[in-house]
Design a protein around this ligand. Structure first.
Ligand code: SAM
Ligand code: FES
Length: 359
């Protein structure tokens, strides 16, 4: 029988566990262990970032995608998806209205849509940066070549989100068609880091076929990659996908993993995701109390929000950006935290950025 309190103590004191210890902790977890780890994790987040929750304005600019990931509602094989693309002008306009609402990070997310050639993405980044030099631009547009990533970085993009999805090659192959590989996805992440992006990886909790061993490997992969941001949220089925009848990921396991990640990678920027808020109305607040420190309200035009449907019953698809922001602000304040609108860089990058604007 594993010594669970020994493992919990080791995680709190050292931030490191081996694969067997992670698996034991997941197998033998109790509500009390989760509470203890949540308390320690939120204390660590507060020690580093204070009482602050950083906001990122999310612009979902295209739901066209050339990929066919089996879990994803906007996969190319979904013939029921109502497809849309925002123009360069609409994206820049959306970013400006986010700026006026106080957002200092804009996340441009979309399917892998060949319509947006590198030059167009570069122009969009430059236009946002020209209008608002103090805004951080985050991209989340999938797997690209080293050269493309470098062009985006040179144009002024600051951060890149690319969940590794699962570190295990066999598990990856069960979630994706054969033209996509875990190897390439992981290589992209290492390329992004080499280029100098603040880089985000992550995975879905409770994706089909996922085992505790897979999750342990995910945590160990994250520890090795040492990204500046980590996005995890529950898998939620979408009715028009291969996994329509699978069950959603578990709230309590997602919260435990948020706490474990905070303890293993203390400085990481860790969102309480929309998916977490979708499986439970208080999910995002619980995520913050478990160690998360980022929220990503939707800045996309209301008319397209429902169409960016990765999973069923997604929340916040009917509100204007300003309403979203107010609602989140109130929710976060109610649990004793404060929404802040600065860039919210990872503490490791913050000093570098300050020096850059001084020079
Ligand atoms: N195309 C970009 C990429 O590949 O990174 C960004 C868009 S992709 C839809 C963003 C993330 O949504 C994926 O990395 C995946 O983890 C998550 N996602 C997709 N389908 C989901 C589902 N059914 N439930 C929960 N999360 C999902
Ligand atoms: Fe491409 Fe989901 S399959 S964004």
């Amino acid at each position: 029988m594993a010594d669970i309190s020994g493992i919990t103590d080791k995680l709190i004191k050292t931030g490191s566990l081996n694969r067997d210890e992670i698996i034991s902790l997941l197998e033998n977890r109790t509500p009390e262990i989760r509470r203890t780890l949540a308390e320690k994790a939120s204390a660590v987040a507060k020690e580093i970032y204070g009482n602050k929750v950083f906001v990122r304005g999310l612009i979902e600019f295209t739901n066209y995608c050339k990929n066919d990931c089996y879990y994803c509602g906007i996969r190319c094989g979904n013939k029921n998806a109502d497809r849309y693309r925002l123009t360069e002008e609409e994206i820049v306009e959306c970013a400006s209205s986010g700026y006026d609402l106080g957002f200092r990070t804009i996340v441009l997310q979309g399917g892998e849509d060949p319509y947006y050639k590198d030059d167009l993405i570069v122009n969009i980044i430059k236009a946002i940066k020209k209008d608002h030099p103090d805004v951080a631009v985050t991209l989340s547009i999938g797997e690209k070549s080293y050269e493309s990533y470098k062009a985006f970085f040179d144009a002024g993009a600051d951060r890149y989100l690319l969940r590794h999805e699962t570190a295990d090659f066999d598990h990856y192959a069960k979630l994706h068609p054969a033209n996509l590989s875990a190897e390439n996805r992981q290589q992209c992440l290492f390329n992004l880091k080499t280029i100098g992006f603040q880089t985000g990886a992550g995975f879905m909790v409770g994706s089909p076929y996922q085992t505790y061993k897979n999750i342990a490997d995910d945590l160990l992969f994250l520890k090795k990659l040492d990204p500046e941001m980590i996005g995890i949220g529950p898998f939620i089925p979408h009715k028009d996908t291969v996994f329509a009848d699978e069950k959603a990921g578990d709230l309590e396991l997602t919260l435990l993993l948020l706490s474990m990640i905070r303890l293993m990678l203390p400085t990481v920027l860790l969102p309480a995701t929309t998916a977490l808020g979708t499986i439970d109305p208080g999910g995002r607040e619980m995520g913050i109390l478990a160690g998360a420190n980022v929220v990503m309200p939707n800045l996309s035009p209301v008319g397209v929000r429902k169409k960016y449907s990765l999973y069923d019953n997604k929340i916040c698809t009917g509100e204007e950006a300003a309403e979203c922001m107010n609602c989140l602000k109130n929710r976060i304040e109610r649990i004793g935290y404060e929404i802040v609108t600065d860039r919210g860089d990872n503490i490791r990058f913050k000093m570098a950025y300050k020096n850059e604007i001084k020079n």
